[in-house]
Design a binder for this molecule. Structure first.
Ligand SMILES: Cc1cc2nc3c(=O)[nH]c(=O)nc-3n(C[C@H](O)[C@H](O)[C@H](O)COP(=O)(O)O)c2cc1C
Length: 184
């Protein structure tokens, strides 16, 4: 299975790091694109950023490199997750505006009928963003704001993070035990 993980400049970079760890541990072929602003926020939010970046270095594609295989719909991937997904990148995807490799790859997913998951992080939501979410959904994307639940009785921050990551894995069709499901 080939999965592209796009990391954009919203708060919640930790969701991307946990997702990468889970995907890597399952031997999934990973392709990673990190926006400039995401790198900046990673510095603020994740102290071990350098370790993470160097661990996945070989899989990272330049967000400005339109000659990357990921820029072409002919390059076969199964799914793309943009996590966290900034409202700016949501807008690009919803409106077909290709300004980065992340938005190009996302729009390729839509045109090729591949799974595209947008994990938005913002609150409250302005009307234009709500409209962009509807547009993205209508175009075929899965729009899943990072909204942890509490019915599984999380005890730690990791439990809360893992709930969101588990919901992303559910969308990718990947088994996991990151949180206790209701009724199980
Ligand atoms: C510290 C910091 C936190 C931010 N958090 C968010 C956020 O949670 N959601 C969001 O949509 N934008 C957020 N932004 C703004 C985006 O980074 C900005 O819109 C940027 O242009 C996104 O570009 P990108 O999608 O190419 O990464 C944040 C910016 C900074 C500096």
């Amino acid at each position: 299975m080939r999965v592209v993980v796009g990391i954009t400049g919203a708060s919640g970079i930790i969701y991307a790091i946990r997702l990468l760890e889970e995907l890597e541990s399952r031997g999934i072929e990973l392709f990673i694109i990190i926006s400039d602003r995401a790198r900046y926020i990673m510095d603020l939010e994740c102290k071990d950023k350098k370790k993470v970046i160097s661990r996945f270095a070989k899989r990272i594609h330049d967000n400005n490199d339109f000659s990357s295989p990921l820029a072409s719909g002919s390059f076969r991937i199964d799914s793309m997750v943009i996590v966290p997904c900034s409202l700016k990148t949501l807008s690009a995807v919803a409106n077909g505006y290709v300004d980065t490799l992340i938005s190009r790859c996302a729009i390729n997913c839509l045109k090729e009928g591949r799974k595209l998951i947008l994990v938005i992080r913002e609150m409250p939501l302005d009307l234009q963003t709500l409209r962009n979410m509807v547009k993205a959904r209508e175009a075929g994307a899965v729009v899943m704001p990072a909204m942890p639940a509490f019915y599984h009785n999380p005890k730690t921050l990791d439990d809360i993070i893992d709930f969101v990551v588990g919901k992303i894995l559910d969308q990718l069709g990947i088994d996991h035990e990151l949180f206790r499901r209701w009724g199980e």
